[in-house]
Design a protein around this ligand. Structure first.
Ligand SMILES: NC(=O)c1ccc[n+]([C@@H]2O[C@H](COP(=O)([O-])OP(=O)(O)OC[C@H]3O[C@@H](n4cnc5c(N)ncnc54)[C@H](OP(=O)(O)O)[C@@H]3O)[C@@H](O)[C@H]2O)c1
Length: 329
């Protein structure tokens, strides 16, 4: 496993983190086997993963409960990242939300506390000042943001240090390459890449969009004719499955799982601190963790990028995975 510094902090995080959203269950991910979730979390340590990402919003806090329970006495060895929801960014709400996360996680500090989505009603000055209080109280060790575009990031940086920006980034979701990726680089803000496997597509387990579980086939990759989609756009299903066939051929040639190639490609991009990969069971986690040791030569990186250019063009510069009217500013 590789380890990388988190922003300008002295925290060293694994280049592959375990994304814990799915452990919260709910309509997006369906019912989960909790014992299997806890086993998956504990397996992380065996493969060198020390970084875990969750949020108060995942399964109404249930993902935090599962994470805290699974870590148990090993909590000090973990770097826990959690997030406060966009409707809790006023001073009192944020402090209360932090207490709730601490309680559910069963800990007295959060390593990285992130603003999940920007608020359009509470000024960032107020939110960042409340974050500063939590830093001073030792309840939070570092502050991060998520889904912040160029304007929001520069506004947050006016009021305090931000160590990282958590953004959707994968071979099939490259919208951040147009603008916000460069702003992170320029400000020494690390990127944490979410949905790096395009929620399972980049593992090669589905060969057409019809095979993807319906609750999950709702991003702007999929056609608006699918159930639960709220973007009203055509999607990019044809381009995506064409790209997946090309990526699969490269994976075959190199004799590595497609999931490894997808994660390794991200680790070869500038400004990426860590890739937050979800895993439904220990076997998936073990496969995903191997990507940290996969060195790709420049030619392979370029071939993978070329294979997904048509998807990148079709999705365009809006990083919002779910809405046509971007929530990024
Ligand atoms: N900040 C934000 O707004 C935001 C948004 C989205 C995600 N995130 C974070 O990023 C993390 C990861 O993103 P994500 O969960 O959306 O998507 P992802 O990591 O792209 O995909 C995770 C899912 O892919 C499947 N999978 C993973 N490894 C596999 C393998 N080796 N073989 C076959 N299938 C495999 C599993 O599905 P099954 O469980 O069905 O097997 C797993 O739950 C989240 O858990 C969360 O921490 C943050």
């Amino acid at each position: 496993m590789q380890y990388r510094p988190l922003g300008r902090t002295d925290l060293n995080v694994s280049a592959i983190a375990l994304g814990c959203w799915a452990f919260g269950g709910g309509p997006y991910w369906g019912d989960r086997d909790e014992q299997l979730s806890e086993q998956t979390i504990r397996t992380a340590f065996e493969v060198g993963i020390n970084f875990f990402d969750t949020a108060e919003g995942y399964g109404n806090g249930h993902s935090e409960v599962v994470l805290g329970r699974a870590l148990g006495v090993r909590r000090p060895q973990a770097v826990i990242a959690t997030k406060v929801s966009a409707d809790h960014l006023g001073r009192e709400d944020l402090i209360r939300a932090c207490e709730g996360s601490l309680r559910r996680l069963g800990t007295d500090y959060i390593d990285l506390y992130q603003i999940h989505w920007p608020s359009r009603t509470v000024p960032l000055e107020e939110t960042m000042a409340a974050m500063q209080t939590l830093l001073e109280q030792g309840k939070v060790r570092a502050v991060g943001v998520s889904n912040f575009g160029v304007h929001d990031l520069s506004e947050a940086l006016r009021w305090g240090r931000v160590e990282c920006n958590q953004l959707p980034y994968s071979l099939l979701w490259r919208a951040i390459e147009y603008e916000i990726g460069n702003a992170c680089f320029a400000n020494e803000v690390g990127m944490l890449c979410y949905s790096p496997l395009a929620q399972g597509l980049l593992t090669g387990r589905w060969h057409s969009a019809d095979e993807v579980p319906s609750g999950r086939a709702v991003t702007r990759i999929y056609s608006c004719e699918r159930e639960g989609v709220r973007h009203g756009q055509e999607g990019a299903e044809e381009e995506v499955f064409q790209a997946l066939a090309e990526i699969d051929a490269i994976a075959d040639e190199l004799a590595v799982p497609m999931a490894n190639l997808a994660v390794a490609w991200l680790l070869h991009q500038p400004c990426v601190t860590s890739v937050l990969a979800g895993a439904g069971n220990p076997a998936q986690l073990r496969i995903n963790a191997q990507a940290a040791d996969l060195k790709l030569d420049d030619g392979v990186v370029q071939r993978l990028s070329a294979a997904t250019e048509a998807v990148k063009a079709k999705i365009g510069p809006n990083p919002d995975m779910w809405q046509a009217e971007s929530r990024y500013r």
